[in-house]
Structure formats: C-alpha cells, structure tokens
Design a protein around this ligand. Structure first.
Ligand code: SF4
Length: 348
C-alpha cells in the first residue's frame, strides 16, 4: 500500500513551487513553516501567489524575529486570519531566543512553539526533517474516515490507522513523503464530493469504497452559527500638507484584529455622522454587520494618527478595514453622498 501511494504521489502530485519533485528530499524548514502556516484556511492558489513575496520580505527566522509586528501584519494583508501572522512573529522570536534561530526537528518540540498544532508539527517534521508520520488536517481526516468507514473518527484514530497501514512502525526517512501524499490525496482524489476511487492508490484497503457509498463518510460536522456583530466604522478626514488624511488607530493586542491599524470601529454611530453605506463581512465565527459613517471627529477614546493614502498602504489593515475605506477616495469622503441615502462604494 505504501508503494502504491508513493507511485501515485510521484506521478500525480501537483507541481507546487516548493516541491522540487514529488517525494523529494527534505526542504527548507523556514519555507515549509511559511507555506504550512499560510495554507491553513487559505486556498493553495493564494499561497502559491503570496509565499515567495513574504519570504522575500522576511528571508529567514532572524529577519522575521527582528521585524516590527506592524510590518509582518502588513505583509500578511489580504490573507485573513491574522492570528497566524502574529503567531509566526512570536514563533520566530522564540526560535531565535531559545533554539539558536533554527527550527527544531522533533514534532514534540515544534508543538511547543507559538501557533504550531499537531498537524503543522507533523507536516514540518516530515517535509523539512524527514521524520515519517501522519499529519491530520481536514483532507486526511476525510481519507481516514472513509478507509475506516467510520463517521466521526478522532484525529488520533485516523493517524493511528494510517500509520499502521502505511508506515508499519518504520522510521526510515524515505517514508517522510507519506504525510504530504495523504494531504494531496485528500485534496485531489478523495474529495468531499465524487471521490475518484478508481484512481486511488488506497482503494484496496478502503471500506467505504467497498460499501459503495464513500460520500457517507465522514459525517458532516455541525456548522457553528456565526454570531452577528454590529459595528460602526468612523471615517474622519482632514486636509494636510500631503493631501487628504484619514484618522486611523492601532487596535489593542487582543481580538480578531489585534495590533492592526484601521479607522476606529465602535458599537455605536458617531454623533452628527452621515451614513455612507453598509456591508456584511464574515469572520470565522462572527458576521460583522458594518455601517460606515462619515464622522465629524474621531471617537474621544481613540488614540488616532492622521495617515495619507500612501501611509495607509504601508500599514497592516484587515480586509474589513479595506472594505470600509472603499468609501474614501482621493478627495476624502465623497461629499456628494447625501445624508440618509447610503450609497455603495465606487471601488474596492
Ligand atoms: S478509495 Fe475512494 S473513498 Fe477510499 S480513500 Fe480512496 S478516494 Fe477515498
């Protein structure tokens, strides 16, 4: 079964830029860390487009550790789930301080680093250090559930079953491809709908395929209902020597946009404000119901700075901020928008 998986992986793995050939030798640990961190909750096409630019800006753990958090968040702009960028920054500082600037190879030591869970630890250990193992993400969870024909196996159960099937207790580095091959199999063959069982190397061992209805497994997880979160963006502009300036503040160090910059958001509208428009923005567990206001002044509790468009482009801003700023054009807030008649933004 292991050889069948290897043959399939060598022939069918997608030619992603960090794969210098399927089943290749261990890779650069730092690049593996960046790719695996970005790939959580981000489409692989986006990771391909962004990971090299991030590494160009922060070529190694030392440069990432030495960077200001604001610069790291800015480099992460548009990727969402900014806690990943904050964790990467914290991880780099821990690795420089405690591991001589080099990622440890042991999965247990990797797991003790900020932001590293069981999946990422196993994936880095396998790809970068040749440590065989099974890394259970959503794709591998699905493969395991179908192989076992179990609706809700735990991750430990999936990992144990796949290790029994494919690794057989070996510690030979040649088997390090297994972790990545299983993720690839789940992403491209054992898909949620219409799995291509006819071209699956694990077909002979698959109980769900033998039953004839693999889509029964795994049972769908109950979706958490996103909580509504009404928020008001206060857009205040004034004219300065470098043109139109917008009041922005740095967020506190907790919450979904910790440490990032943006216009003040509050749970109430500004006195004397003029409503510009509304939009809904989805976070992982919350639905932001945003109302955007032209505010005569920033909130009294805000510690704002006045930033030109050029300065704002260098700040780490969340997607929700960029959506709100679509109402600010080069001449400031559109003066032609009449009060009480919210208009959609002309761009963004
Ligand atoms: S045989 Fe089909 S259901 Fe079973 S692991 Fe392969 S693709 Fe998935």
């Amino acid at each position: 079964m292991r050889d069948a998986l290897r043959t399939w992986f060598d022939a069918a793995a997608r030619p992603l830029p960090w794969r210098s050939g399927a089943g290749s030798a261990p890779r650069d640990p730092y690049r593996t860390l960046i790719v695996e961190t970005m790939a959580q909750q981000t489409r692989i096409e986006t990771v391909v487009a962004r990971e090299s630019a991030f590494r160009a800006r922060f070529p190694d753990l030392a440069s990432l550790a030495a960077a200001e958090l604001d610069d790291v968040l800015h480099a992460w702009s548009g990727l969402g789930y900014y806690r990943r960028a904050r964790a990467l920054h914290a991880l780099a500082r821990v690795v420089v301080a405690e591991h001589g600037g080099r990622l440890p190879s042991d999965p247990g030591a990797l797991r003790r680093l900020p932001g590293i869970g069981p999946y990422t630890a196993a994936a880095i250990a396998a790809q970068a250090f040749g440590v065989p193992g099974v890394a259970v993400d959503g794709n591998v969870r699905r493969v395991g559930a179908r192989l076992l024909a179990e609706p809700t196996p735990t991750d430990a159960r999936v990992a144990g079953a796949l290790e029994d099937l494919l690794l057989d207790g070996t510690t030979h580095p040649d088997d390090a491809f297994v972790a990545e091959a299983l993720v690839e199999l789940g992403a491209t063959v054992c898909t949620p709908r219409r799995p291509a069982c006819g071209s699956c190397p694990l077909r002979p061992a698959c109980r769900a395929a033998a039953e004839g209805d693999p889509e029964r497994y795994p049972s769908p997880r109950p979706r958490a209902t996103a909580r509504r979160w009404p928020l008001h963006a206060w857009l205040t502009t004034r004219t300065g020597p470098s043109g139109v300036l917008l009041a922005v503040e740095r967020r506190a160090d907790t919450g979904p946009w910790a440490g990032m910059h943006g216009p003040p958001w509050r749970d109430h509208a500004p006195d004397g404000g003029r409503e510009l428009g509304r939009f809904v923005h989805r976070l992982s567990h919350r639905l932001v119901e945003a109302t955007v206001w032209a505010a005569p002044a920033p909130p009294l509790d805000a510690d704002v700075r006045w930033a030109s468009a050029r300065e704002r482009s260098g700040l780490g801003m969340a997607e929700v901020d960029r959506r709100a700023l679509a109402w600010v054009d080069g001449d400031g807030i559109d003066a032609d928008v009449p009060a009480g008649e919210p208009q959609p933004p002309s761009r963004g």
